[in-house]
Write a protein that binds this ligand. Structure first.
Ligand SMILES: Cc1ncc(COP(=O)(O)O)c(C=O)c1O
Length: 389
């Protein structure tokens, strides 16, 4: 008799076009930092389904908000007003804080980035978009043309014109009065958890200001409290450096797993956006907004940003004493480890100990993007498993 996993695998592999190289698991249930496979085995989830599970799997308040909203109204578009949307926007902008004053809801990180690029080109009436090598911005046409990881971007035989992908150290000098925007993933997670040095960020930001080009932060992974503050641009060193994006994109953890994303803009940008410039049938739908609002409430009330900072600090400290770890990268609960061996090999070992972690585009960098509810006791399980390899 086929195992349940095999039965599911046969069907998915037969009917789904190939996507990611899959971890050999069929996850059927989740609760906080654990997921359960089809046989009922528990796994510690330090991957969060690609950094999505901000409030933990199936947080009761998020589940309740989704259930109540689904019973009332699943969907109506932005063509009408809706209370769930109004409340999600109010809380999002309170947490994002000025100078961000308005937001646009979309459905995925790629879509948010696509709209950021479109808006920058339209508002500046310029064409050029500069982005950085090792960044990942998504799989749609503009976002992929901005992506600096060859494995993905080489798929495009004809990238969108006027996209330039440059080494971080060359970006500032390349900005000119033809540049509409510079798009930056401040911690290049998939690229190997490479953080853009603060001096480089400052130079890019000053050059952009001098040329009246916009600065876009892709905070699809760093946002929603993953680095300890709600936004990466709110980290004390970034804030005090004067680097302030004009547009920031958010997705992943914004709705605890329902597909949703947001584009945040400063007052200066908001003033130039006209009705009709932006739109999306599903963006800002009531169900997604109920999930966004509940997610943000949980993050705020349960102080998950503070927990991400504290547990991240603890984990980072412990990881430094694990012999196979050469370097610990990232901030908060966005963690990379440069290992003395292949990350894939360690990922497989950890899976055999029922711990899920991620790899990256750098073969020696292992990534952790766990729920922001992760506690020290769970972090200790990882340290123990890694110390026995
Ligand atoms: C930094 C970053 N930007 C954009 C995206 C694209 O998001 P989505 O897959 O929701 O389109 C991702 C996805 O992994 C990402 O990590």
């Amino acid at each position: 008799m086929l195992s349940l996993l095999k039965e599911i695998k046969v069907l998915e592999d037969a009917y789904q076009l190939p996507t990611y190289a899959k971890i050999p698991l069929s996850i059927e249930r989740g609760s906080d930092c654990h997921v359960y496979d089809v046989e009922g085995n528990a796994y510690l989830d330090l991957y969060g389904g690609h950094a999505v599970i901000s409030t933990g799997h199936c947080h009761p308040r998020v589940v309740q908000a989704i259930r109540e909203q689904a019973e009332r109204l699943i969907f109506y578009s932005n063509a009408v007003y809706n209370g769930a949307r109004a409340q999600a926007l109010q809380l999002l902008l309170k947490m994002a804080a000025p100078p961000f004053v308005q937001a646009f809801f979309a459905n995925s990180g790629s879509e948010a980035n696509e709209n950021a690029i479109k808006l920058a080109r339209a508002l500046t009436r310029r064409r050029e978009i500069i982005s950085l090598i090792h960044s990942f911005h998504g799989r749609t046409y503009g976002s992929l043309s901005s992506t600096g990881i060859a494995k993905y971007s080489s798929y495009l035989n004809t990238p969108v014109p006027a996209h330039r992908v440059l080494p971080a150290s060359e970006a500032a000098a390349a900005i000119s009065t033809d540049t509409a925007a510079v798009m930056i993933e401040p911690i290049q997670s998939l690229g190997g958890m490479r953080e853009i040095p603060l001096d480089t960020l400052r130079e890019i930001s000053s050059a952009a200001r001098r040329s009246s080009a916009l600065l876009i932060f892709d905070e699809v992974q760093t946002g929603i409290s993953r680095t300890g503050t709600f936004l990466y641009s709110q980290q004390p060193d970034i804030r005090s450096s004067g680097v302030q994006p004009d547009i920031t994109t958010l997705a992943k953890g914004i709705a605890s797993g329902l597909p949703a994303s947001a584009l945040l803009v400063t007052g200066e940008v908001a003033r130039q956006v006209k009705s009709g410039d932006l739109g999306a049938t599903f963006g800002g739908g009531p169900l997604a907004c109920a999930a966004i609002r509940a997610t943000l409430q949980v993050i705020e009330e349960e102080k998950l940003g503070e927990n991400a900072a504290a547990t991240g600090r603890y984990l980072r400290e412990k990881l430094r004493s694990v012999p196979m770890v050469r370097e610990v990268l990232g901030r908060g609960l966005l963690i990379g480890m440069r290992l003395d061996r292949k990350a894939k090999e360690v990922q497989e070992h950890l899976l055999s100990r029922r711990i899920i972690v991620g790899t990256s585009d750098d073969a020696e960098v292992l990534r952790l993007m766990p729920p922001l509810t992760l506690r020290r006791e769970a972090a200790d399980l990882l340290i123990d498993a890694m110390s026995h390899l």
